[in-house]
Design a protein around this ligand. Structure first.
Ligand SMILES: Cc1cc2nc3c(=O)[nH]c(=O)nc-3n(C[C@H](O)[C@H](O)[C@H](O)COP(=O)(O)O)c2cc1C
Length: 314
């Protein structure tokens, strides 16, 4: 049995609830684990390391017994570490990762090299989030177990490559696990990712509009109301290409049709960046198919039904 088979055997369907800045917290992670998928949260969502310790202790305690391993002790969840040089808290976050041992660590915005051994030492797996081929090659060379391919259509800091190209290109040089991310809002898309040869799907935007997300009510409603044409792709807000909801750009006082590209603002830990994500909201291209706020359990039920039907129809 491969590691990928072993992970999937513990899940209802091969899906991650993707980490989202200011959106994913312990309620979402715990509900995801209990529903049979893998939940995750970015560690900068915890304002302090004390908060992070409390979150990880709670997640460990409240997911215990919900796994589908023989003794029901297996529980899959993931912490997302921002391995960017501007993350001044990285060393403290890594110390807590070593203490609470999330089975999976997802790295973003930099090289995973510095943390791979720490996670492997306690038996965890490392997935690196990448949005291009050069980045994927570097992460593969750093010894990760898997890559998250952030494809065109993804929410947050998005990708530019179509999944139909990204998966086979990366398969040329990497035989570890692959996760496909971008506009995955139903179970048919997870089946499509499997048909492409990837191991898992990764859905962010669908989980913004869930009962357990930390997103403000107005943000959830905007996701429910928005159609694909309500998105604007811009690097003006954070310096990196991001998929943003036009109504929120307008409400924050910017003209979505006159954004000045090429800002060089840093990432999550900078106050300016914080303000950007707090007042200007992001969604991926699957936003048009989200029509109501549901619980994580209801969303996973939908995904599982659609996934099985799509596999049966292939
Ligand atoms: C509001 C928002 C915040 C995000 N924040 C992060 C983050 O902190 N770290 C990260 O690795 N990815 C982040 N992402 C990207 C997601 O993990 C995932 O790749 C993306 O949401 C998948 O595309 P989808 O939204 O179309 O499903 C974010 C996405 C959104 C929508």
């Amino acid at each position: 049995m491969t590691t990928s088979d072993a992970l999937r055997a513990q899940l209802r369907l091969p899906l991650f609830a993707a980490p989202m800045f200011l959106v994913s917290g312990p309620d979402l992670v715990i509900a995801a684990a209990r529903a049979g998928i893998i939940g995750s949260f970015p560690t900068p969502n915890c304002r302090t390391t004390a908060d992070m310790e409390a979150w990880m202790a709670r997640i460990t305690e409240e997911t215990a017994g919900f796994g589908s391993g023989e003794d029901h002790s297996t529980k899959l969840w993931s912490a997302n570490l921002i391995v960017h040089r501007t993350n001044a808290r990285l060393a403290e976050d890594v110390a807590l990762v070593k203490k609470y041992r999330p089975p999976i660590v997802i790295t973003a915005l930099g090289s995973p090299r510095a943390i791979v051994d720490d996670v492997h030492d306690y038996g965890g797996l490392v997935f690196a989030d990448v949005n291009g081929i050069a980045h994927a090659r570097k992460a593969a060379a750093a010894g990760v177990d898997g890559l998250v391919l952030v494809c065109a259509g993804a929410g947050g800091h998005t990708g530019r490559i179509a999944p139909f190209a990204f998966v086979p290109e990366v398969r040329k040089f990497f035989d570890g696990m692959l996760i496909v991310s971008g506009a995955m809002t139903d179970g048919r898309a997870v089946a499509a990712a499997r048909a492409l040869g990837a191991d898992f799907g990764y859905a962010g935007t669908r989980f913004i509009a869930c009962a357990e997300s930390m997103a403000p009510e107005a943000y959830r409603q905007m996701v429910v109301d928005a159609e694909i044409d309500d998105l604007v792709l811009t690097s003006a807000l954070t310096g990196a290409l991001a998929s943003m909801l036009r109504p929120s750009v307008r409400e924050a006082g910017f003209d979505p049709d006159a954004l000045v590209e090429g800002s060089t603002a840093g990432y999550t830990h900078k106050t300016s960046e914080n303000r950007a994500w707090k007042s200007v909201w992001s969604a991926g291209q699957g936003v048009g198919s989200i029509n109501s706020v549901k619980t994580v359990a209801e969303i996973v039920d939908d995904f599982a039904r659609e996934y099985e039907a799509a596999l049966a129809a292939l």
